[in-house]
Ligand binder design. Structure first.
Ligand SMILES: NC(=O)c1ccc[n+]([C@@H]2O[C@H](COP(=O)([O-])OP(=O)(O)OC[C@H]3O[C@@H](n4cnc5c(N)ncnc54)[C@H](O)[C@@H]3O)[C@@H](O)[C@H]2O)c1
Ligand SMILES: O=P(O)(O)OC[C@H](O)CO
Length: 347
């Protein structure tokens, strides 16, 4: 079989960190993977130069992952269709609000047997009010199989090659596990493949909302016990949400890297935590704080909280998820952050 061509659809903070791993692993398995890995870059000008040109000459994404070299076999391509049309494997890693636009551009322009894996932590809202997984959204638009990779993976720490773990959720472990393992696993990025893909993905999306609560608590200087209580309540709401809307989760999945481990790392070291802390301390709007602190990166928690809230409203379930709802209302400025504990105290 010919080596598979891989494209990384995205080149932000996580997209660039994972490109280091995928580029290296492609080189390690020349019989399995084409030696050139494409990376789709949403073009922008950085210090008067095109970001794609900087990446292809300096082999560094100076805006989204400064100070870390990309392997030279990772090539930036700015036309999303050109970057993907001959590829067998698509690694989706863009902020979730851009998924419909990007996938609609790709529609009808892919190999019929292309496969995808989504590293995107977020949700999409159906017009009827229900939620959709990002993997489902990609599948619906492109009609290709979509696995997911989630875990306790702060991009800068992965790029520093500090030990961590990640969970791949796939629908058919027998068929796909070995290929995904070889594409992503390294000494310091340990992959476990499971079949409970929906739970893996939902853990990745929902933990961002709990991270916002952790950030509010930090901004209010509520201390470690309170933050731990919020993480516990948040975990219970994650489990309840999955039971209600995507039943059939396996308990073990919550104990994978995508579950408790990601919840912990994101509540201590993530961008959602950071901007929500600053929202409380600075009293500036969230959008302004995000702009000031993240230099073009995107925190997905506030948008996910809004998407969850719309779903809960349409299902008459708002009162069952006080933490998720409080995060949304605080992000929107409808409730002051110092009422967070009052909102969740009854749990
Ligand atoms: N950064 C992390 O530590 C991390 C770790 C694990 C998972 N994730 C998840 O991975 C996904 C991608 O995150 P990231 O950190 O790579 O991105 P990011 O937060 O760095 O976002 C910036 C990216 O969005 C792109 N972008 C901006 N405007 C765009 C547009 N109009 N259309 C398309 N793209 C546009 C930028 O070019 C850039 O590549 C998210 O779902 C995130 O939750 C992130
Ligand atoms: O920085 P955050 O809050 O987007 O979290 C990053 C990762 O999802 C942590 O695993």
């Amino acid at each position: 079989m010919a080596p598979k061509k891989v494209t990384i659809v995205g080149s932000g903070n996580w997209g660039s960190a994972i490109a280091r791993i995928v580029g290296q692993n492609a080189q390690q398995y020349p019989n399995l993977f084409d030696q050139t890995v494409n990376m789709w870059v949403f073009e922008e000008i950085v210090d008067g130069q095109k970001l794609s040109e900087i990446i292809n000459t300096q082999h560094e994404n100076v805006k989204y992952l400064p100070g870390k070299k990309l392997p030279e076999n990772v090539v930036a391509v700015t036309d999303v269709v050109d970057s993907c049309k001959n590829s067998d494997i698509l690694v989706f890693v863009i902020p979730h609000q851009f998924v419909p636009k990007v996938c609609n551009q790709l529609k009808g322009n892919l190999k019929s047997d292309a496969m995808a894996i989504s590293l995107i932590k977020g949700l999409s809202v159906n017009p009827n009010g229900g939620i959709k997984l990002i993997s489902e959204e990609i599948h619906e638009i492109l009609n290709i199989e979509v696995s997911v990779l989630m875990g306790a993976n702060l991009a800068h720490e992965v790029a520093d090659e500090k030990f961590c773990e990640a969970t791949i959720g796939t629908l058919d472990k027998k068929k796909d596990a070995e290929m995904w393992f070889k594409l992503f696993n390294t000494e310091n990025f340990r992959i476990n493949v499971v079949e409970d893909a929906n739970t893996v993905e939902l853990c990745g999306a929902l933990k961002n909302v709990v991270a916002c609560a952790a950030g509010f608590a930090d901004g209010l200087k509520l201390g470690d016990n309170t933050k731990a209580a919020l993480i516990r309540i948040g975990l219970m709401e994650i489990i309840k949400f999955i039971e209600n809307f995507y039943p059939g989760a396996r308990l073990e999945t919550f104990l994978e890297s995508c579950g408790v481990a990601d919840l912990v790392t994101t509540c201590y070291g993530g961008r959602n935590r950071k901007i929500c802390e600053a929202y409380v301390t600075s009293k500036k709007p969230l959008s302004e704080v995000e702009k000031e602190l993240l230099n073009g990166q995107s925190a997905q928690g506030p948008l996910t909280a809004e998407e969850i809230y719309a779903t809960l409203q349409s299902k008459n379930s708002v009162e069952k998820f006080p933490l998720f709802v409080a995060v949304h209302r605080i992000c929107k400025g409808e409730v002051p952050a110092d009422r967070l504990i009052e909102c969740v105290r009854a749990n």
